[in-house]
Design a protein around this ligand. Structure first.
Ligand code: DGY
Length: 327
């Protein structure tokens, strides 16, 4: 709804994004934008947000109690990410600041990537491509980059939310995999039955999976959920794929476990302290490393960004934000 003669609310677009998002938001708001990929944080973010009622962010900018205190006019924080571990939801709610994330629109795209990363890891795609590009390929060999089968193996999923279930469907329906999973709550019995899914305790999951895919939300309760003790339970032939958040896995322990052969390989799209990557991971050949791109199809990133914009428009013009976390 247009605001008529009332002054337009001020909104900060805190990172570079599709021009279409600026156009949509610009129809309603007086826009400011931060055009660098280096995220605004702390006092710099508070400074940029002075006098702003809304902010468009991704999963990077930290929205905490100190920031809220410094930005008393702020009424809406709308993120184009599904994960919202960067936002203190409780503090926002306490101050009456609406928060939204961007679920659903990225589920299938992210599951595609998770599955692709798992397959690339199992079949040693990166390692073999680098070998070829280096000019090291001299002959066909019976065991050249022989990896682990995906079809017919046991798929382990840690965190059975929307994305976990979409990966599970790919594995079970497309690749004939046996499905084991761990989640705080179990799937409804009919869903378990339709996927042939077996719920396991976390330790049992680590031990049973041929290919473990991690898709849990990040928070204090999932910090280093997979550390040295958990990794030690894995099969030496198993792979681990992390498309959740870096902090869910202890990267130093993972690098050690990979070096010691406690598991065969890892596929990682997220890292503790990214965009920095643990140097010991960078030095390993049995890892596939990608720069946090699981949701990055053009269509999906556009849908995520426009959903965040729709939330912002609704939140500041008296509408109903479609994916508010604290409506
Ligand atoms: C998400 O949507 O949470 C992705 O990880 C991008 O930040």
């Amino acid at each position: 709804a247009a605001t008529g003669s009332a002054p337009r609310a001020r909104v900060l677009v805190a990172r570079p994004v599709f021009a279409e998002v600026h156009e949509r938001l610009g129809q309603h708001f007086d826009l400011r934008s931060h055009d660098s990929d280096v995220a605004l944080q702390g006092p710099a973010l508070a400074h940029a947000l002075q006098d702003c009622e809304g902010v468009f962010i991704a999963g990077v900018e930290q929205i905490d109690a100190a920031l809220l205190q410094a930005c008393p006019r702020l009424r809406a924080v709308c993120s184009m990410a599904v994960g919202y571990n960067n936002i203190d939801l409780q503090a926002c709610t306490a101050r009456g600041v609406l928060v939204s994330n961007a679920p659903d629109v990225l589920t299938e795209t992210t599951a595609d990537f998770g599955f692709a990363l798992m397959m690339a890891t199992a079949r040693r795609l990166s390692e073999s491509e680098h070998f070829l590009r280096r000019g090291d390929w001299k002959a066909w060999r019976y065991d050249l980059f022989a990896g682990a089968d995906v079809h017919g193996s046991t798929l382990g999923i840690l965190g059975m939310g929307r994305i976990g279930q979409a990966i599970a469907r790919r594995g079970v329906l497309g690749f004939g995999m046996r499905l084991v999973y761990h989640n705080r709550s179990r799937l409804p019995a009919p869903t378990e039955a339709s996927l042939g899914a077996q719920w396991l305790e976390r330790d049992a999951l680590m031990a049973e999976a041929d290919h473990l895919v991690i898709v849990v939300p990040y928070g204090p309760e999932s910090h280093h959920l997979v550390g040295a003790a958990e990794l030690a339970r894995m099969k030496p032939t198993a792979t681990l794929t992390n498309i959740a958040r870096g902090g869910v896995v202890d990267d130093a322990a993972l690098a050690r476990a990979l070096r010691q052969g406690q598991l065969a390989a890892a596929g990682l799209d997220v890292f503790e302290g990214e965009p920095q990557v643990h140097p010991e991971l960078l030095a390993l050949s049995n890892v596939v490393l990608t720069p946090h791109i699981a949701s990055a199809s053009l269509a999906t990133r556009r849908a995520m960004a426009l959903l965040a914009a729709d939330n912002l428009v609704a939140a500041l013009t008296g509408g109903e934000p479609p994916t508010a976390l604290n409506p």
